[in-house]
Design a protein around this ligand. Structure first.
Ligand code: 8OZ
Length: 368
């Protein structure tokens, strides 16, 4: 039986164990959407994860939807990330960067010149974002024109190149949680009548084009993708045929031989059983076309669930989000079956060291 604590390969990336730190938005970037020195400390503290998927990071200026989230498209951002990846590597860790375009989950105050955010649609999301004025309704978007989509793909490609220049071991494309790519996938959002709307083949087109371009740019063995078939977050209403949509998406992704496919099961950060969805079928459809692929699962996994998922072969690796916030030594705690410290929700987004770099390891006297 395979153990959660055994090394493995995630594509070209050799990892020390099968525990992944999930991407976590913390809104602590400094001027010009640059990751801070505190972020370096935070990630180094968590370098015992087999793989860190660093927080969602804008691929372009337009891709931003929240205050103080980092980017990976300017030399200044790349230089700051380089310091972080060097330090994580020196600590024995591996790290990929999550590439993010929020689409319509943005606000004019976060856009250059106060222009409308872009999406597959001009329909506004019933959702909030966080700006310098606190939580506000997202702004009405502008539907991207057909002739703009090659530029979107090029922005992902450029950001992927920047991430590798910044020393990351690879990238994860954020195609989940109701952001831009998910806004193309779901028929509850996408109301286009061109080659990117209507049929499943059309709605999965942007995803497949982005993944093809990114894999070509940095190598398929360093490229992963995150999907969330039934999450309702960010006004991502259920697709009318979610199973067929996502089965098709993973069948089209399989031949690309990506490093990993990362699936959020259920509602992101919430209930795992909000709607029926057959993840075992999704996995078998994917693995049929990519038998050496790595299946990464996420959302509310306990220690026992993770042990069982890896032992049974239902998953190759398991990503933990919030437990990694308050337990920098999560791997050691899971291994020794030690109690986990609770996360303070008040220090999740924004702020400084408090609730970020001050969570103790278990052996320290002030550990929970
Ligand atoms: C929480 C707050 C803001 C953004 C996601 C990137 O849900 C996020 C996110 C989470 O994927």
């Amino acid at each position: 039986m395979t153990s959660l604590f055994e090394p493995t390969q995630i594509g070209d990336i050799a990892v020390a164990n099968r525990i992944v730190m999930a991407p976590l938005t913390r809104n602590r970037a400094v001027a010009h959407q640059v990751p801070s020195d505190l972020a370096l400390t935070y990630y180094v503290q968590r370098a015992s994860a087999g793989l860190i998927v660093a927080e969602a990071t804008q691929i372009s200026r337009e891709a931003q939807g929240y205050l103080d989230t980092p980017g990976t498209y300017t030399p200044e951002q790349v230089a700051a990330w380089r310091k972080i990846t060097d330090a994580v590597h020196a600590a024995g860790g591996k790290m990929v960067l999550q590439l993010w375009h929020v689409g319509r989950i943005s606000h004019v105050s976060l856009q250059e010149g106060g222009i409308a955010p872009v999406s597959s649609t001009a329909k506004v999301a019933v959702a909030k974002t966080f700006t310098s004025d606190g939580f506000v309704d997202v702004s009405p978007p502008r539907a991207l024109r057909l002739d703009e989509l090659p530029r979107i793909v090029a922005d992902y490609r450029h950001a992927a190149r920047c991430a590798v220049q910044a020393g990351f071991d690879g990238v994860e494309v954020h195609a989940a949680n109701g952001y831009l790519i998910d806004q193309f996938l779901r028929d509850s959002i996408n109301d286009r009548t061109d080659a990117y709307g209507g049929s499943i083949a059309n709605r999965t087109r942007l995803l497949v084009e982005v993944m093809t371009a990114v894999a070509q740019e940095v190598g398929a063995g360093r490229t992963g993708v995150r999907l969330s078939p039934i999450t309702p977050v960010n006004d991502a209403q259920q697709d009318s045929h979610a199973q067929a949509l996502f089965n098709s998406a993973v069948e089209q992704l399989a031949p690309l031989k990506l490093a990993f496919l990362h699936v959020i099961e259920g509602q992101t950060g919430g209930a795992r059983d909000i709607a029926a969805f057959d993840y075992a079928t999704l996995r078998s459809r994917y693995m049929a076309g990519n038998p050496k692929g790595c299946w990464m699962v996420n959302n509310g996994y306990t220690r026992q669930m993770a042990l069982d998922a890896v032992a049974s072969g239902a998953a190759d690796v398991v990503a933990f989000g919030r437990p990694f916030i308050s337990n920098p030594d999560l791997v050691a705690r899971l291994k020794a079956d030690l109690p986990l410290a609770k996360m303070n929700p008040k220090t999740l987004y924004g702020g400084g060291a408090e609730g970020y770099t001050d969570y103790a390891v278990h052996s320290a006297p002030n550990a929970a």
